[in-house]
Structure formats: structure tokens, C-alpha cells
Design a protein around this ligand. Structure first.
Ligand code: PAF
Length: 281
């Protein structure tokens, strides 16, 4: 059975207060819809940990820094509800924009530091939009735990920091990236890739894995990064926004993986921005 779809925060509040009174734990999986196996793995993790699970579907205008990106973002609510049917999800929360940003809404949640660089430099305002909506979704759902994919690694770090800094009662849980058999990280944007570019898309992960191996063997990022960028352009990517090595915790810039580290990249293929990250060392 497809889960009930709640459209208002009042309906959501009724449901969650009932569950809370009964002493049940609540897990939330925040999404913008266009669900894929990566989202479903988060639902499975939430189901394993929590008595009740809510999946939120809200294409958050505040986190798009480009109007056509917002307009083109895939919206597939009916298919999403069908995909959730086998998982025993208790509710889909799919609010209209007015439920999240009512007339006169004037508040923003900003995390500093962690949002500098990487996607933060290339998508101005993006993380303020993410942290503002996540704070609202955590408070509206009264969730004990919220599940995020490691694929958006900077987002995971930023939202974790936000929840800690604001003493929110929601614990942020990171879950591993789910990939296609050829290595491409699952993303709702993958459906936007023109068919003729799809074969080139796994080059991002392949080149990153080769680069990570060389870093783990002691080479420094500087010179090998240029070779990686050239390999991506050769594969058909039009622009490489960044390839960076950062500490896994705190996202400090590194030249060598001298502590647990993450290699993160963003690059454009066929007019679509792809991001990925992997552990190094
Ligand atoms: O990762 C996403 O899909 C979005 O950034 C999120 C966390 C649902 C906030 O809108």
C-alpha cells in the first residue's frame, strides 16, 4: 500500500504527536523526490532503527541558485509513492511551499566554515537553503533521527553541525553512497543526463578512485589533480568545478591523506552537474 500523503504541518503534527505520546521513535528521510535506490537505502536504515518513518518530499526553492535548475528538477510524486509502498513507511510529508515558507517568512539558518569551498563556493546560498529547510523539517516532524546519504558529503557535515549547534533533538545519521554497477553514484539528477553522455558518467568515480590510490601511495594532490581534470575532459566532461582532498571530519583542506580524508569532486557532463566523494587511505 502506498503511504498516506500529508500536505500540511497540522496533519503532520497530529500524526507525530500521537506517535510521540505512544513512546514511539520517529525517523525522517528528507528528500526532494525523484526517489532512487539511494533514497530507499535510507528508508531501510530508518525502518531498522525507528518505530515510525516519514519520508519528506519537498523541492526546496531556497537551495537552488539557478532558476532553470529548479524548474528542471524532476518531480515524480506518484511514482515516488509507489516506490515507497513495499517499505512500510508511515507517512509521506509533501507540503506545499506555503507550509514551509509562509507569507512573511524571514529566517535563515547559516552554518559558517564548513560551507566555505567545495559546493558552497559554486552554489552561493545553497547551504543556507539546505540548513533552513532541514531545521524546519526536523522540527515539524519531531524526528529522533534523520537519514542522509554520504553522496552529498558536505551537506551531511553541514546538517550534522547545524543540528548539534542548535541543540535540535534530531540525530543526523550518514549512510553509504549507493552506486550503479559501473560506479556512477545514484542521484535524482542522473535522469537528466542526455543518453549519449550516460556512458561517460562513471569516469568521474573511476578517475577519483585512481587519484585516491595515488594519494594513498604518497603523491601530493597538486600535480595529480591536473591529470585527473584532463582525464575527465578527455572522457567528455565540459567543466571540472573542483577536485579536493579534505579531512573527513571538519572538511579541512589537505594535500596528503595524513588523517581520515575524503576526495570530493564536482564536474559537468551534458549540462548536468555531477558530484561524488570517496574515502582516501
Ligand atoms: O539532499 C537533498 O535531497 C536535499 O538537499 C534535502 C536534504 C532534502 C534538503 O532539501
Amino acid at each position: 500500500m502506498t503511504p498516506p500523503i500529508l500536505r500540511t504541518k497540522a496533519a503532520l503534527r497530529d500524526a507525530v504527536l500521537g506517535w510521540k505520546r505512544a513512546g514511539e521513535t520517529i525517523g525522517v528521510v528528507p528528500t526532494m523526490g525523484a526517489l532512487h535506490a539511494g533514497h530507499l537505502s535510507l528508508v531501510e536504515a530508518a525502518k531498522a532503527d525507528c518505530d515510525r518513518v516519514i519520508v519528506t518530499i519537498f523541492v526546496n526553492p531556497k537551495q537552488f541558485n539557478n532558476a532553470s535548475d529548479l524548474e528542471n528538477y524532476p518531480r515524480t510524486e506518484e511514482a515516488d509513492a509507489e516506490k515507497l509502498a513495499p517499505f512500510g513507511v508511515d507517512a509521506i510529508y509533501a507540503p506545499g511551499p506555503g507550509e514551509i515558507y509562509p507569507e512573511g517568512f524571514a529566517t535563515a539558518v547559516t552554518v559558517t566554515g564548513l560551507t566555505d569551498g567545495l559546493c558552497g563556493s559554486h552554489r552561493p546560498g545553497h547551504f543556507d537553503g539546505v540548513t533552513t529547510v532541514c531545521a524546519k523539517l526536523f522540527l515539524q516532524t519531531l524526528a529522533d533521527r534523520a537519514y542522509f546519504g554520504e553522496k552529498d558529503y558536505q551537506q551531511l557535515q553541514v546538517v550534522t553541525r547545524m543540528a548539534r549547534d542548535l541543540d535540535l533533538l534530531t540525530e543526523v545519521i550518514g549512510c553509504p553512497t549507493v552506486r550503479e554497477p559501473d560506479g556512477l553514484a545514484l542521484s535524482s539528477r542522473n535522469v537528466l543526463l542526455p543518453p549519449e553522455t550516460r556512458a561517460a558518467a562513471p569516469a568521474l568515480n573511476r578517475v577519483m578512485r585512481q587519484l585516491a590510490e595515488r594519494l594513498a601511495e604518497g603523491e601530493s594532490l597538486g600535480p595529480v589533480r591536473f591529470q585527473a581534470e584532463a582525464a575527465l575532459r578527455e572522457a567528455g566532461f565540459s567543466e571540472v568545478e573542483y577536485i579536493e582532498l579534505r579531512s573527513a571530519d571538519g572538511l579541512e583542506t589537505l594535500e596528503h591523506p595524513t588523517r581520515p580524508a575524503r576526495l570530493l569532486a564536482a564536474a559537468w557532463l551534458g549540462g548536468v552537474r555531477l558530484i561524488d566523494n570517496i574515502a582516501v587511505g
